[in-house]
Design a protein around this ligand. Structure first.
Ligand SMILES: Nc1ncnc2c1ncn2[C@@H]1O[C@H](COP(=O)(O)OP(=O)(O)OP(=O)(O)O)[C@@H](O)[C@H]1O
Ligand SMILES: [Mg+2]
Length: 316
């Protein structure tokens, strides 16, 4: 079983526990897709930014070309959060009187320091890429931060949507009281910039949910290694994704030892590994599973990346 069918998707996330090979596999997958003629954008949401090391090419917040048909960018959560706060401030300046702005700034400064803002800002940038960049790219590949974090992020649209819906209802009721009950939602939004902004945001989140909840367009690939703790975390992540309605398109079992190793140490490691591999096959029998061999060296540069690609999706 290979990840080949996923090359046809529009959005593919790679996620998993720290250090298992998410960056390596997402880079190898993106490279393979671009070599098959798809226009690919590889996005790293991981603060460690090791995609640049693998391609031996500087990657920043703006898109750069790594290979023909393959571009990449790195999202810096902190930087996005700052940009986000600035944008909110600009909106408020536009919409309200000086007195209100002053009070609102205090609130915003408090919000800027609260946990979760970096995540919201990150999500906003991901939404922008998924919704707006689809005309330019056939496939967007996300190399995500370790599991818990990413799954929270993907579950956020739901939480934020219901919150915004409540705000919209509240705001619309106010507008209707102001103008008489016969205003249409569109007219109300046009007349009230706050309502308009809320509804636009709501619209974007619904579109995101539509795309990431559609298994014919979006898949999540879980990356793991044959080790006890990783298997448990992978199982939890698979359950969470399932609950969230996101397709688990595949499970990569990375760093599988070669068969031909000599010596007692390796025989013992290999025996233990076999137990875990069997457990993975048993517990994740429903998922498309791919094994990737442990290479003799760290994965850097096109040659070793290609060696990983071929194990993920085969040769062209
Ligand atoms: N199959 C493999 N063979 C040899 N080395 C590998 C293999 N897969 C990954 N590595 C190496 O393991 C290290 C960790 O891999 P990688 O950076 O892809 O993991 P990650 O899941 O993205 O980590 P993090 O959670 O820190 O972002 C890297 O040095 C990488 O080159
Ligand atoms: Mg990484």
């Amino acid at each position: 079983m290979l990840l080949t069918p996923l090359l046809e998707q529009q959005v593919v996330f790679f996620g998993g526990k720290g250090g298992v090979g998410k960056t390596t596999c997402s880079a190898a997958f993106a490279l393979a897709a671009s070599r098959r003629g798809r226009r690919v954008l590889l996005v790293s949401t991981d603060p460690a930014h090791s995609t640049a090391d693998i391609f031996e090419h500087r990657i920043g917040p703006d898109e750069v070309e790594l290979q023909p048909k393959l571009t990449a960018l790195e999202i810096d959560g902190e930087g996005e959060a700052t940009r986000y706060i600035d944008a909110v401030k600009r909106d408020i300046n536009r919409m309200f009187s000086a007195g209100v702005v002053k009070a609102a700034y205090k609130q915003i400064e408090a919000a800027a320091a609260s946990p979760g803002l970096v995540e919201v800002a990150l999500l906003d940038r991901m939404i922008e890429l998924i919704i707006n960049r689809q005309q330019v790219h056939d496939l967007i590949v996300f190399d995500t931060a370790p599991t818990g974090h990413t799954l929270q992020l993907l579950r956020m649209p739901e939480a934020i949507t219901s919150w915004i819906q409540a705000l919209v209802r509240h705001r619309r009721a106010l507008v209707e009281i102001d103008r008489g009950a016969d205003v249409t939602p569109v007219a109300a939004a046009a007349a009230d910039p706050v309502l308009g902004a809320l509804e636009r945001r709501h619209g974007r989140l619904s579109r995101l949910r539509e795309i990431i909840g559609d298994r014919s367009r979006t898949s999540f690939v879980l990356v793991s290694v044959p080790e006890r703790l990783v298997i448990e975390e992978t199982a939890r992540a698979a359950d969470l994704l399932h609950e969230t309605g996101i397709d688990v398109g595949g499970l990569v079992v990375n760093r599988v030892l070669p068969d031909d190793l000599e010596g007692e140490f390796f025989r013992s490691r290999k025996a233990q590994e076999r137990v875990y591999l069997e457990e993975i096959d048993r517990r994740f029998g429903r998922l498309r599973r791919v094994r990737v061999r442990q290479l003799p060296r760290d994965v850097y540069g096109l040659a070793s990346l290609t060696a990983v690609s071929e194990q993920l999706v085969g040769t062209t």
